[in-house]
Design a binder for this molecule. Sequence first.
Ligand SMILES: *Cc1c(COP(=O)(O)O)cnc(C)c1O
Length: 372
Amino acid sequence: MSNATTTSGLTFDIQLSTQRKTPQERAEILQSPGFGNVFTDHMVTIRYSAEKGWYDARLEPYGPLSLDPATSVLHYAQEIFEGLKAYRHPSGAIATFRPDANAARFNRSAARMAMPALPEDLFLGAITTLLEHDGDWVPTQADASLYLRPFMISTDVGMGVNRPSQTYLFILIASPSGPYFSGGIKPVTVWLSEDFTRAAPGGTGAAKAGGNYAASFLAQAQAVEKGCDQVVWLDALEHRWVEEMGGMNLFFVFGSGAEARLLTPELTGTLLPGITRDSLLKLAPELGIPVEEGRLSTEEWRAAALSGELTEVFACGTAAVITPVAHVKSAQGEFRIGDGEPGPVTMRLREELVGRQYGTVADEHGWVHVFG
Ligand SMILES: *Cc1c(COP(=O)(O)O)cnc(C)c1O
C-alpha cells in the first residue's frame, strides 16, 4: 500500500496494476482516443452494506467485474451514474470543473433510486485518488480531456423485489476522449419525438439513472431513421412542451446583438438538471445576456424560428459542452434555425465555458478544482 488518501474515515487501499500501459503505448492511444472506448490503468471501487455503511475503498487495476447472474442490478436496474471531465491546463496541472456539483447530484439521484448517499468527500476522494495514479492519461491536445464516469450499482443477489438492495458497489472509471467535434463544430438536426417520452411527472427523469437511457434508445433510433442526429424530448402529458435533447439540456436565443436573450426549459422534475445548464444560467447574465427559465411549446418554437425572432438554438452537456441545433424535423414538417450555422451567442458561451474548464479564462466562481 502506498500513497493512501483517507476520506470520511476510509483509506483508499492502493493496488497498482502490473500491466500499466507504457508511456509510448499511452501516447499512441492519446493521439486519437475517440470517446468512451479506452480506459486508464486503474479504477476506484467502494463497497456499501446496510450494516457497515461504506467500506473497502480501493484503487485497483481496471478490469472486469465478477457478478452472480442473480445480482439485482442486472434485473431491476438500480443504477446511477455521473459524468465529468479532467482537463489539462496550460501549466500542465490537471483540473476538474464543479466536481462538488456532480457529487451532490449523484446523491440526489441515489435518493430517488432508494440507494445510499455517498459522502461527498468520498466521491471527490475517489476522483483525486484516480487522478493521482492515472493523471498521465489526461490528454494535452486542445479540446481533449479525461472523461470520468462514477457510478453505483445494487449488488444484492436474489430475485426478491419487495425492497431495495442492501448492498451496493461504487466504481469510478476514466476514459480519455478526443475533441468531440474533430472537424470543427457541427450543428445537429433534431427530431421532435411525439411517439415516445423520456420522463413523466413522478418518474425518474431528474435522476441520472441508466434506466432513463435504456428507455431512450428506441426514440433515438427513430430520430436517426428520420434523418436526424438527436431526439428532442417533449413533456409526457401534452407532447408539446420542449424538455431536452438526447442527454443534453436546450437553450433558445431570441433576438441578436445587444438584444439577445436566452430561454431554457424550467426544471419541472422531468428534466435532468445539467451542471453545464446551471453554469450557463450564471455565466450568461454576467456577459450581458439575460436568461429566463420557462416553457416553450413546439408551436412557439416553430413560429419564432419562422418569424426570425428565434435566432439560435443550442444543446449543452459535459460531453460536447455546447452543440448548435440547425434543423428541426417532426411529423408536422421541418424548419431551420437562423442560417443553419453556429450562431454568435452559441459560440461566445462555448468559448467562455471551455476557457474556464481549460484554464485559459479566469475562474471567478471557484468552479475549477486544480490538482497538483
Ligand atoms: C447528464 C445529462 C445532461 C447534462 O448534464 P451535465 O451535467 O451538463 O453534463 C442533460 N440531460 C440528460 C438526460 C443527462 O443525462
